[in-house]
Design a protein around this ligand. Structure first.
Ligand code: HSE
Length: 389
């Protein structure tokens, strides 16, 4: 019998317990032994739940149990979760997590501890919710040089945009719905302001190129300043507006990563991706473009990815999966060095060489962000947004 514990019994943690309840038999078959949920560590009182017997409040119980194989960390944040993850790895336990904040900010250190202790630190659920994307990236696509990654990485904001545009509900109502469905972060500002997508594009970048990109080093813009007028103009002109994370590696080895709302042409496979769904396109120099699509948030989709990692950790109990990243990535000066196309709206004459989407709405480029901002200032534009080309 294999034993695992869940730390943090919120949306994801309880989803993991539910997946085990639903699929315990087939999981045991795949594993070759039963999988036992031995402990649930949570500050809340679980005595009135079906999990009263597993409930513990002291992390040392997990740490000191030699029969405990895997710990699922679904606490969130980078405080208690960091301490318990460090201690669990140091105690020789495999750790599986959905915690993108922790992986993006401390993944390098935690993977180094895992390597030293010959255990797994796995985090498939940290990007794209239930979508298998990290393992394909570092395993199935390992024969490629990865050139670019771009995608919808946050379910909450995609849900909000879809509900506002197609359902006609207000931003506040759509956010409330996303919260009640268990999509949003504890502090939804992390979703709305793009930080959650920023953490995820950093993790993808770390794994794709083996060098750390920290969320605080990249440009991150969310959807809070988005004007529905631009969404409307864009859709009439054959575009959709999506919050995208994008990472690329230039030929000279330098990298870029950023998060911003973009105009996406309707014929791009990312454009019709709505609601809580995420889509991540990865371009490799051998495979070309591949796209990963599925539910990017929610209890069971995220738990699906966590459970996959639990099984993977248990089947690699004595052989650590070799993944990790080293020192900081060399980033370009993105404001000046990354030419993009830009959507501009305002009360001004059509700029020379631009494409007209509607009266007062144009696409210009390629221009650096700095040049685009200077132009926007000069013509007193009311909106400026990159266009995915
Ligand atoms: N708040 C996140 C999202 C949860 O909406 O995508 C999944 O990481």
């Amino acid at each position: 019998m294999a034993n695992f514990a869940i730390m943090g019994f919120g949306t994801v943690g309880s989803g993991v317990a539910e997946v085990l309840r639903m699929n315990g038999e087939s999981i045991a078959q795949k594993l070759g032994e039963p999988l036992n949920l031995k402990y649930i560590l949570d500050v809340r009182d679980l005595s009135a739940t079906p999990y009263a017997k597993q409930a513990v409040k002291d992390f040392a119980v997990l740490e000191n149990d030699p029969e405990l194989d895997v710990v699922v960390e679904s606490i969130g944040g980078a405080k208690v979760a960091l301490e318990f993850t460090r201690r669990a790895l140091l105690a020789g336990k495999h750790v599986v997590t959905s915690n993108k904040e922790l992986v993006a900010t401390h993944g390098r250190e935690l993977l180094a501890i895992a390597k030293e202790k010959n255990v797994n630190y796995l985090f498939e659920a940290s990007v794209g919710g239930g979508i298998p994307v990290l393992r394909p990236l570092f395993q199935c696509l390992a024969g490629n040089q990865i050139q670019e990654i771009v995608g919808i990485l946050n379910g909450t904001t995609n849900y909000i945009l879809t509900r506002m545009v197609k359902g006609g509900v207000t931003f506040a109502e759509a956010l409330k719905e996303a919260q009640s469905k268990g999509y949003a972060e504890a502090n939804p500002a992390a979703d709305v302001e793009g930080l959650d997508a920023g953490r995820k594009i950093c993790i993808l970048s770390d794994l794709a190129w083996g060098r750390e990109v920290r969320p605080e080093a990249i440009s991150i813009q969310g959807i809070s300043h988005l004007d529905l007028r631009d969404v409307d103009i864009a859709s009439r002109a054959g575009y959709r507006v999506k919050l995208l994370g994008r990472a690329l590696r230039l030929e000279d080895g330098r990298q870029a990563a950023y998060v911003a709302p973009h105009l996406v042409p309707a014929d791009c496979p990312i454009a019709p991706v709505d609601d809580v769904f995420n889509a991540i396109m990865i371009r490799g120099n051998a495979v070309g473009d591949v796209m990963f699509y599925g539910r990017g948030a929610g209890d069971l989709p995220t738990a699906s990815a966590v459970m996959g990692d639990v099984l993977d950790a248990l089947t690699h109990r004595n052989r650590r999966r070799d993944l990790g990243w080293s020192e900081s990535a060399p980033l370009i000066d993105q404001e000046r060095e990354l030419p993009l196309y830009w959507y501009l709206r305002g009360d001004f004459a059509q700029p020379e060489g631009s494409e007209k989407l509607a009266e007062g709405a144009y696409i210009v480029g390629p221009l650096s962000a700095q040049a685009a901002k200077e132009l926007a200032e000069q013509v007193k534009a009311a909106a400026l947004m990159p266009v995915l080309r």
